[in-house]
Design a protein around this ligand. Structure first.
Ligand code: HDD
Length: 698
């Protein structure tokens, strides 16, 4: 075949670019560029044209390159996770603060300062792989720690309780939450009949309902949320003593959420909002960090506690058992390839190491089966631990062998034990002392399908969560319930939910009923155990009440026009930098603007493509001429009115005032006038509160 030989001068020198007879572009290997091959390593001469008889003739079956390429493409997809399908992962490490040999022999906790490689995958639960990031949903927080004694997975969520108490209910819960099977919608939402039907018939979910209706399920960033191991586990020391433990991940930059109206708009403006945020943070060297906290308690505490420590619908309040911070998790490296790592990573709750053990929590017991089982479906065989992201980073010696895609096969004669072959030939041997030993908890009792009466109080902690929220958070819970239930078409289901709310808090039940327009309050749902009203609030449960008093890691969106005051822009930049925050310039054109000093200012977003929902706080720095040009622009109006409605702090140059007037907002204490460069410092100071909540509570 003859090829034209046009050399494109704009290409790197080590690539040759030629045009084929049909005008197609061929990029051929030059110095330093690898030669394209088939999967068998055969060099490819032409990746643009299939093998034909003549230029316009039929394609030949003989074309092994075409067949292999299409075959491979046809098999690119693997089943998405049945839950937690949409996720995003990053590498990092866990650093131990102190030696914990007094409570656990887990190797990673023995030496202060030691770093253990880690991989974390964050996820939403209900949505498919392509669903938007800021759906109202629980976030998965799954951590794989590659310890020297094997992989330890803490497969947790950003909420410390769960919907159900027994794993046998999990398929029902997920069926009810996912799109309804006849119509296949709604996607990534619990605002539909099936979900609330199931929930309202499952009172054990009521504590979790308070959490999912709170702002916890619309986090501002994966970096600004807590993580929890949820279940009670055991730590076991070298002498075999056991301590109960609950695992917490505490974000160094504090917690922060968005508001619901903002979330709805964010999902349109940037469906990848959370993954982009994590990517940007890690790529720019702002490594997200969490501290591992342990709540440690003994059998005596467990016996005296108001609730059953095996019940995953309950927390142990931090005020009762303080969280001891024993190390930090730092994420400092994105994956090389999303599919190979984030998609193929396989977390299993059964992955524990010597020094960590399970309890009889019936949810955990079922999970220990389900996660291993699901990997067969997703990854296609028993050798998924041979995939690099799942492979331990310590020696692995086993007589388990063969199966699909075996990558790690033993050499030597013995593939069984006991055997009498010595040395290398004989293969690995057991380690009775240092090997994993289950804690010998005594067990007895009749075999029966029952739920322990100690699991029967479904409302008291739900109330405790509600009363631990500050006023604005309580109003968000009420509004979220009204929103979700307004999407439920069956009135009986709406009323049934309200009947449960009456066992939680009458104000909440009344507010929701009024918001839904229920004519009368339904009677309270029958409760297996009288709900308690005497549990002390737990201030640790509030996000707003525990605001981090920093704007670090956050972003200011600055709307500019031609002729914007250069000194003010510079002041904002310096103040943000000093705080560890970022400035994003939003301009009428993405090419940027010429500021008042005649210098060019780059823009990262074009007006309309950078709505204020993307930013934690905003500033409007326009010239008088710019304000005139932007007057009446709907994108400007939305930028301002959304920032105002979402309780954001706003800074403005004097010339921008007419834009605020036409957006119909009333400037309040959350607004800072920028008259000189130094005013930006006061603005950043105000931003420490993250949101001007007074605007919502009045
Ligand atoms: Fe689960 C995935 C967290 C209960 C069965 N779960 C999955 C992931 C997280 C959680 C974070 C995603 C892991 C990843 O990124 O790959 N799940 C939880 C928490 C639960 C919980 C915190 C309650 C405390 N899960 C739960 C139960 C069952 C499952 C009770 C089944 C009996 N979960 C699964 C699963 C998944 C899963 C079907 C889907 C993909 C996977 O495991 O690897 O097996």
């Amino acid at each position: 075949m003859t090829k034209g030989a046009t050399r494109a001068s704009s290409r790197p020198v080590d690539q040759e670019v030629t045009t084929g007879s049909g005008g197609e572009i061929h990029q051929t290997a030059g110095g330093g560029v690898p030669v394209m091959t088939t999967q068998q390593g055969v060099p490819v001469s032409d990746d643009q044209n299939s093998l034909k008889v003549g230029a316009r003739g039929p394609t030949l079956l003989e074309d092994f390159h075409l067949r292999e390429k299409l075959f491979h493409f046809d098999h690119e997809r693997i089943p998405e996770r049945v839950v937690h399908a949409r996720g995003y992962g990053a590498h990092g490490y866990f650093e131990t603060y102190e030696c914990l040999s007094g409570i656990t022999c887990a190797d990673l906790f023995q030496r202060p300062g030691e770093k253990t490689p880690a991989f974390v995958r964050f996820s939403t639960v209900v949505g498919s792989k392509g669903s938007p990031d800021v759906a109202r949903d629980v976030r998965g927080f799954a951590v794989k720690l590659y310890t020297k004694q094997g992989n330890w997975d803490i497969v947790g969520n950003n909420i410390p309780v769960f919907f159900i108490q027994d794993a046998i209910k999990f398929p029902d819960l997920i069926h009810a939450a996912k799109p309804e099977p006849d119509r296949a919608f709604p996607q990534a939402q619990t605002a539909h009949d099936n979900f609330w039907d199931f929930i309202s018939l499952t009172p054990e979910s009521m504590n979790m309902v308070m959490w999912i209706m709170s702002d916890r399920t619309i986090p501002r960033s994966l970096r600004f949320m807590e993580g929890f191991g949820v279940h009670t586990f055991r730590l076991v020391d070298a002498r075999g003593n056991s301590t109960f433990v609950k695992f917490h991940w505490k974000p160094k930059l504090g917690m922060q959420s968005v508001v619901w109206n903002e979330a709805l708009k964010l999902n349109g403006a940037d469906p990848d909002y959370h993954r982009r945020d994590l990517w940007n943070a890690i790529q720019s060297g702002q490594y997200p960090e969490w501290e591992l906290g342990l709540q440690l308690f003994d059998q005596e505490f467990a016996d005296s506690f108001d609730f059953d420590i095996l019940d995953a619908t309950k927390i142990v309040p931090e005020e009762l058992v303080p969280v001891r911070r024993v190390g930090r998790l730092v994420l400092d490296r994105m994956v090389d390839n999303f599919f190979a790592e984030t998609e193929q990573v396989a977390f299993c709750t059964q992955n524990v190491v010597p020094g960590i053990d399970f309890t009889n929590d019936p949810l955990l017991q079922g999970r220990n089966f389900s996660y291993l089982d699901t990997q067969l479906e997703r990854l296609g065989g028993p050798n998924f631990t041979h995939i690099p992201i799942n492979a331990p980073k310590c020696p692995v010696h086993t007589f388990q062998q063969d199966g699909h895609m075996a990558m790690r096969s033993r050499s030597g004669r013995a593939n069984y034990e006991p055997n009498s072959w010595g040395g290398e030939q004989g293969g690995p041997r057991e380690a009775p002392v240092t090997g994993f030993t289950s804690f010998p908890a005594p067990e007895s009792g009749p075999r029966q399908r029952v739920r322990s009466p100690s699991f029967a109080d479904h409302y008291s902690q739900a109330r405790q969560f509600y009363v631990s929220q500050v006023e604005v958070e309580q109003s968000h819970i009420r509004d979220a319930l009204i929103f979700e239930l307004s999407k439920v078409q069956t009135e009986a289901i709406r009323a049934r939910v309200v009947s449960h709310l009456r066992n939680i808090h009458e104000d909440l039940a009344g507010g929701v009923a009024a918001g839904l327009g229920l004519e009368s309050l339904p009677p309270a749902a029958p409760a297996a155990v009288e709900p308690r009203t005497d549990l002390d609030p737990s201030p640790a449960l509030s996000i707003v009440g525990n605001a981090p008093n920093t704007f670090a890691g956050r972003v200011i969106g600055v709307l500019v026009s031609e002729g914007a005051d250069a000194a003010l822009l510079d002041g904002l930049r310096r103040a943000a930098e000093g705080e560890g925050a970022e400035v994003v310039i939003v301009a009428p054109r993405v090419g940027g603007i010429e500021a008042s000093d005649g210098k060019h200012v780059d823009a990262q977003e074009k007006l309309g493509g950078g709505p204020s929902v993307l930013y934690d706080a905003v500033a409007v720095v326009v010239s008088e001429r710019g304000a005139e040009q932007l007057a009446g622009n709907p994108d400007v109006r939305d930028f301002i009115s959304d920032a105002h409605a979402h309780a954001k702090f706003v800074a403005y140059a004097e010339a921008a005032k007419p834009l605020f007037e036409s957006a119909g907002v009333t400037m309040d204490d959350g607004y800072t006038a920028l008259t000189k460069a130094d005013d930006a410092a006061a603005f950043l100071e105000a931003c420490h509160d993250l949101r001007h909540w007074a605007r919502q509570t009045g």
